[in-house]
Design a protein around this ligand. Sequence first.
Ligand code: IMP
Length: 194
Amino acid sequence: MQQLVMATNNEGKIREIRPMLEGVEVLALKDIGFTEDIPEPYFTFEENALAKAAAIAAFSRKNVFADDSGICVNGLNGAPGVISAHYSGKRDDEANLQKVLSELKDVTDRTAYYKAVICLVWDDEVYYFEGICTGRIIEAKQGEGGFGYDPIFVPDGYETTFGELPLTVKNSISHRGKAIRKMVEFLKIRSLPE
Ligand code: IMP
């Protein structure tokens, strides 16, 4: 079975990604003995995803993928974007989401999109897979599921938030689901006999 290291400590991401990678043995950072925070100092999803994947590939000498993602709110000029994880100044989902709600108080355009960029380091080559999910930010939290900004994000075509929708539905339309499925297709082709 193919082995892949998932370069993240984010439990929300791990919960979502594992069921989408059937047939692949997914190793978490703790499985490879990596216990530090991985720096993500850049201003694009692509650069941060590469920084995370490359750091873990160098540590483990295995094939690795990293997801860098965030939510971009159009009425806030794309914020929080790449700093979604610590928009309030700390890594605190509730404080981050409340900051977005308060900044949107007098803003009419509440459309937004989630973006995920996956960087795969496979046999020392680098590949990228991207997914976007459009929707809007509602005025108050609804639902306890998901993570991050999910209780305030309603995807296009739905009336309920990602915090209310079952994980299988979220994965079928989410930014991360789209990016992961592209990577899965790539891995299937890669593992065909030559
Ligand atoms: P990073 O990729 O580690 O920089 O962090 C991504 C951050 O973006 C998360 O901590 C969340 O705040 C936000 N985010 C990304 N994807 C999702 C999602 O699917 N649901 C909710 N929040 C998300």
